[in-house]
Design a binder for this molecule. Structure first.
Ligand code: 13P
Length: 255
């Protein structure tokens, strides 16, 4: 059985002062004994504060991006070693906002995934179609291209160490959520494709998260779907009580 993973992507929100408040609130709600795994992606400058404030809790902390080289003259970039040293265990790779505004390609996602694995960071690889692609009926083709590009050349052992996040671009920050059926259909396709490239065992173990306007009100129906193994939450992860509510909901799911 796959353990549910509830992850929050803060994007460019919550500097240190807001991070301190959030962590204090989250701790006061109680972080013991949850069945779901919990993960947060704060902005880089808030990582150290979060790691220290959530020390002793089971919450994992991740970076929102990394550079594909180990170090060097890449002004403005951050390395896998830096994230690791700051206390990160995970890193987001290929978020649609990175693809859209910073022109990240599948080849870049592949190189970053390789670097993350080299440094023992768990890559959370984001994929998803635009509204135009969905309306054209090419969702599966887009998913297949992104996934095969991201994982090309990886042995099943390496694929096994990743997490996939399906985030339909049209559902991000729009209040439009994919219906649980729409999400499940794509998640099933992703798992089937993973089985083709890395084998059934790997595909069965890998967690596939859904992201795109996930919130307390829709968490239960999304998480009840067979192939939805967690959520990657933007807006609703910024408030400790909303995020905590989703963790609580995850703990009620039996499948
Ligand atoms: P929202 O939950 O705000 O739609 O954002 C989703 C997302 O992009 C998480 O990575």
């Amino acid at each position: 059985m796959r353990k549910l993973l509830i992850a929050g992507n803060w994007k460019m929100n919550h500097a240190v002062a807001a991070t301190v408040d959030f962590c204090r609130d989250l701790r006061s709600l109680g972080l013991e004994g949850q069945r779901a795994e919990v993960l947060l992606f704060p902005p880089f400058t808030s990582i150290a504060a979060m790691v220290s404030l959530l020390q002793g809790t089971p919450v994992h902390v991740g970076g929102q991006n990394l550079h594909q080289e180990s170090k060097g003259a890449y002004t403005g970039e951050i390395s896998a070693a830096m994230l690791k040293e700051a206390g990160c265990s995970h890193v987001l790779i290929g978020h649609s906002e990175r693809r859209q505004y910073f022109h990240e390609s599948d080849a870049g996602v592949n190189a970053k995934t390789r670097k993350a694995l080299e440094y023992g960071l768990t890559p959370v690889i984001c994929i998803g179609e635009t509204l135009e692609e969905r309306e054209k009926g090419v969702t599966n083709a887009v998913i297949k291209t992104q996934l095969s590009g991201a994982l090309e050349g990886f042995a099943p052992d390496a694929v096994r160490k990743t997490v996939i996040a399906y985030e339909p671009v049209w559902a991000i920050g729009t209040g439009l959520t994919a219906t649980p059926e729409q999400a499940q259909e794509v998640h099933r396709y992703i798992r089937k494709f993973l089985a083709e490239i890395a084998g059934d065992d790997c595909a069965e173990l890998l967690r596939i998260l859904y992201g795109g306007s996930a919130k307390p009100d829709n968490a239960e129906e999304l998480l009840s779907e067979t192939d939805i193994d967690g959520l990657l939450i933007g807006g609703a992860s910024l408030k400790a009580d909303d995020f905590y509510r989703i963790i609580e909901i995850a703990d009620t799911i039996n499948k």
